[in-house]
Design a protein around this ligand. Structure first.
Ligand code: NAD
Ligand code: DAU
Length: 336
């Protein structure tokens, strides 16, 4: 199979490309990535001589058309992915997540190429504590500019399936963690803070709940959907690992031998989603998927070890990332 992977220099995309090269010798991989602040060529170093890398924008219609014409399938990871950035400046999210997806859809339509669309559980908004988890039937109700643009891109895919018979599948996954995640995100931010001897930074009281999944489990599910998923279908991906943010910080503090209250509360995110949770029943039952990292604590320990061992990967962007948070107005707060 000839595969085009968009966003392959980002967190999930780079893990996907590495997994594919390691386990699918019959697949040739071309990566299309704009190398925004979130993309890093070094994340593809272990497979650099086994793939083709194209530095370009998914919204470039001519480039995308040419690349799509030469492959059998496209897996679309490229996106602006960080909620906090979308609150500070929404435009790149509209451009990449909506216009960029449009550009890919037109190309796969023209060349009748199989397409898989990687999306997020955030399109469903958030849940109250007693609500059942999100399912594929939950109504879309996005909260942030990021999740609204991802929801819009999902809608484009569904319309192209219905109106033009596109051979597409979608997946909506919960919060990923693991190697190569940018230090702007919650878990790697706190791990790298702790390595530097800085206290973790918890938004508000830290009662918000996320449903964590290891990135490798997400990517194995994407392959299951590509291999055996039903065209037009949406699959929710999650590993039944709901934890509140404070608990995650306490687990990380324990990893570093620090006291459980050795963190700072900082200003909360505007419109902060309270809880995400996924019902991955159809993925498990129809496609036989199951997470290999079912124990979040073990996966978290392995992730801490990875960041300890790969300081040269994250160090160049750490200071600027923290400065951006400060410039955006983040400050410590005391709670009653
Ligand atoms: P990321 O921010 O780490 O990586 C995004 C990649 O896309 C980067 O390499 C960047 O350079 C590239 N990119 C951005 N704009 C581009 C453009 N216009 N043209 C080409 N390349 C461009 O993101 P991630 O966390 O790896 O997320 C990947 C996908 O998975 C996204 O679609 C995201 O919505 C989705 N997702 C993420 C999570 C999560 O927890 N991180 C969970 C569910 C779904
Ligand atoms: O649910 C899937 C989504 O998960 C993906 O679609 C997004 O691309 C991905 O970024 C992630 O979104 P979140 O906003 O949930 O992830 P983030 O890592 O930014 O934050 C996780 C939680 O931790 C959230 O409740 C905010 C909180 N947080 C975050 C940071 C960066 C903190 O308490 N402190 C922090 O320093």
């Amino acid at each position: 199979m000839r595969l085009l992977v968009t966003g392959g220099a980002g967190f999930i995309g780079a893990n996907f490309v590495q997994l594919t090269v390691a386990e699918r010798p019959d697949t040739t991989v071309t990566v299309l990535d704009a190398l925004t602040y979130a993309g890093n060529r070094a994340s593809l170093d272990p497979v650099a001589d086994r793939i083709d890398f194209v530095h370009g924008d998914i919204a470039d219609l001519d480039l995308v058309d040419e690349l799509v014409s030469g492959v059998d399938a496209v897996v679309h990871f490229a996106a602006e992915s960080h909620n906090d950035n979308s609150l500070a400046e929404p435009w790149p999210f509209v451009q990449t997540n909506i216009v960029g997806t449009y550009s890919l859809l037109q190309a796969v339509r023209r060349h009748d190429v199989r397409y898989h669309h990687v999306s997020t559980d955030e399109v469903y908004g958030d849940l109250a504590p007693q609500d059942p988890p999100f399912s594929e039937h939950t109504a879309y109700n996005p909260s942030s500019p990021y999740s609204a643009t991802k929801a819009a891109s999902d809608m484009l895919v569904r319309a192209w399936v219905r109106s033009f018979g596109l051979r597409a599948t979608l997946s909506n996954c919960s919060n990923n963690y693991g190697p190569y995640q940018h230090v702007e995100k919650f878990i790697p931010r706190q791990i790298t803070n702790l390595i530097e001897g800085v206290r973790p930074r918890l938004y508000g009281a830290g009662h918000q709940i996320r449903d964590w999944i290891h990135v490798e489990d997400h990517n194995r599910a994407v392959w299951d959907v590509l291999d055996r998923g039903r065209i037009g279908r949406t699959y929710l991906i999650g590993a039944d690992s709901e934890l509140d943010n404070r608990t995650v910080v306490e687990l990380l503090l324990a990893e570093f031998g620090r006291e459980p209250d050795d963190f700072d509360h900082v200003t909360d995110r505007a419109g902060h989603d309270q809880r995400y949770a996924i019902d991955a029943g159809p993925l498990r039952e129809e496609l036989g998927w199951a997470p290999r990292y079912a124990d979040f604590r073990a996966g978290l320990s392995a992730t801490v070890a990875w960041y300890r061992e790969h300081e040269s990967w994250w160090r160049p962007v750490k200071a600027a990332t923290e400065r951006a948070y400060t410039d955006a107005g983040e400050r410590t707060i005391s709670l009653p």
